[in-house]
Design a protein around this ligand. Structure first.
Ligand code: BGC
Length: 556
């Protein structure tokens, strides 16, 4: 059966039905992993039972804050080992997602994660707890890198930003759940204090894996593999349209034509080449693979540089050090709540105003708040009224983060890469998020520790200055991708610079350019060529099982 194609740029996608929307939005649930896992450990490390268990100190020492704590090396190892696991997990996941599929890799991530959680829950010794976190970290790495890829690839273009923002929303819910569960178990003097928050995570893995098992694979993965029939089946399911639907045919034709275009431009090679491809091209060309990889990895780095995790990881200690706060836990809970409640605003704004304005003005809002906090802190830091003002501005700062850079960074990395390097590009960018997350977690205590840098509120001058860099970064480097299909993003990057990107409008389709017959069908050679290449390279340099010969009801 021939595959209809269209030269009309507005006809490339089916209307979004509620079912199609819900199917794509479900994957956002993976964010709960990310948030919960980064959140629960801080509470657990401060629990009396854990301190007693791993230091052997008697409970009677509890009142003495100087001795009643885990040694710094233990805290640092247990926090950072997860990021180490996630860093490598994310990198490996990029390969797995191309070999076995996006969905399979996420489900595999859930299984690895559950093994890690079982080890941690069973742990009676520090060593096993660390090992369990390393294993769980690999799982989180798989899930966090590939969920973004999967969601960006399956979502309809009109709501892609909103759907990926849903992932960030789930991260914030995960963080909130973690602090609530920690709060509920912190005073227990048995192993339930840490086992309950740890074991609960298995539930997230179970829900995500079961849901994904029922959801379709990404059509773009099948196109990469040269399996056009399967691509068409899953696209029809995802768009909630019949298999024969014109919308499905036209969208698929566009994905295939774009992939063929990419392959002509940058032929695929072996495994090593598939990695070196991520760094090919000129630094000065916004459409080059190198530029896109730098953009994705640096974007995640900048997101961490906003200083958000200073508030979430060290907020409690920071507020305690100000001296006038009676219940630092409550303040932490409030900051976490502000984070949750502000994120949904982005579902609307990211599609209404676009990615660029959100990132530019979000950075501006953040640096203004951070400088105000720093100035109040250094001038009047111990006056209770001033402290209240600082907390208010920290909350406004979180509002800006949660409604702009929080979701925006994830949305942008899902949209930047061409199909040929997308899985690796997104994986590298996610790994960068974890790497910088880890670096900040390790160095911040040295910046603010009273026996170390003792910066106190002055640390907000540093975060404020870094946010000024985020502002400039967003203005000069982030392109506008709102409302474009992933294939149109490719074209836009070739024809514009980030600053002029918002004005760009698609004028042609890849299908029209690569070859449409007079009857408005995609030329058979294009599909055959993509299939042939996939069967030769296995898409990633392996001998794949892709079908050079379309099975059953052929597409062309
Ligand atoms: C960041 C995390 C952060 C979280 C807070 C995410 O987008 O990557 O590091 O803890 O937002 O909501």
């Amino acid at each position: 059966m021939p595959l209809l194609a269209s030269a009309d740029v507005n006809r490339v996608e089916a209307p979004v039905t509620a079912k199609a929307y819900m199917m794509c939005a479900f994957a956002a649930f993976g964010g709960i992993f990310f948030g919960y896992d980064s959140g629960y450990i801080n509470g657990v490390l401060g629990m009396d039972f854990i301190i007693h268990k791993y230091t052997g100190k008697p409970f009677s020492d509890r009142g003495n804050a100087d001795v009643w704590t885990l040694p710094s090396w233990q805290k640092s190892l247990i926090v950072s080992i997860l990021s180490a696991g996630t860093f490598f997990g994310a990198l490996i996941a990029g390969d797995l997602a191309d070999w076995f599929g996006r969905r399979t890799t996420i489900i595999a991530g859930c299984v690895v994660f559950v093994i890690g959680v079982i080890l941690q829950t069973a742990s009676e010794t520090y060593g096993l707890l660390v090992a369990g976190r390393l294993v769980a970290g690999f799982g989180v790495g798989f899930v966090s890198a590939i969920i973004i890829l999967y969601m960006s690839e399956i979502a309809p273009k009109k709501v892609r930003g909103a759907i990926v923002s849903g992932y960030q929303f789930c991260i914030t819910i995960g963080l909130l759940l973690a602090s609530c569960v920690d709060y509920g178990t912190q005073n227990r003097t048995d192993t339930g204090s840490y086992r309950i928050p740890i074991a609960l995570q298995m539930l997230w893995a179970l829900i995500l894996a079961t849901g994904l098992f029922l959801l379709p694979e990404s059509p773009r993965y099948f196109v990469r593999k040269g399996e056009m029939e399967k691509a068409r089946h899953v696209l029809a399911r995802l768009r909630d349209q019949p298999y024969e639907s014109e919308f499905v045919q036209v969208e698929l034709a566009e994905i295939i034509a774009n992939h063929e275009y990419e392959l002509l431009l940058r032929p695929q090679g072996g495994y090593i080449k598939s990695w070196t491809d991520c760094f090919s091209g000129s630094l000065w060309n916004p459409a080059s693979n190198l530029r896109r990889t730098i953009l994705g990895t640096s974007l995640q780095m900048m997101q961490q540089w906003t200083g958000i995790n200073f508030v979430f990881y060290f907020g409690t200690t920071f507020f305690q050090a100000l001296g006038t706060i009676s219940n630092p836990f409550l303040i932490s809970l409030i900051t976490t709540l502000v984070n949750v409640l502000s994120t949904p605003i982005s579902f609307w704004t990211i599609e209404r105003f676009g990615r660029r304005p959100l990132m530019i003005w979000g950075a501006a809002g953040m640096f203004v708040c951070e400088f105000i906090v720093a100035i109040i802190g250094v001038t009047d830091g111990h006056n209770p009224q001033a402290v209240k003002a600082m907390i208010s501005f920290i909350c406004i700062y979180i509002f800006f983060f949660a409604s702009t850079w929080g979701p925006g960074a994830w949305v942008c990395i899902g949209e930047q890469f061409p199909l040929s390097i997308r899985s690796r590009g997104v994986a590298l960018s996610t790994a960068s998020n974890w790497l910088w997350n880890c670096i900040i977690a390790v160095i911040t205590p040295y910046m603010v520790g009273t026996d170390k840098g003792n910066l106190g509120p002055k640390v907000f001058f540093i975060w404020g200055s870094l946010c000024v860099l985020c502002f400039l970064y967003a203005y000069f480097l982030i392109p506008e991708t709102k409302g474009l299909s992933l294939e149109q993003v490719d074209r836009m990057l070739e024809e514009t610079t980030p600053r002029t990107s918002a004005k760009w409008k698609p004028t042609t389709t890849y299908a029209a350019e690569m070859g449409m017959t007079e009857k408005g069908e995609l030329k058979a050679e294009i599909v055959q060529d993509v299939e042939r290449r996939a069967s030769v390279t296995g898409s990633v340099g392996r001998k794949g099982h892709s079908s050079a010969e379309p099975k059953g009801d052929t597409v062309v």
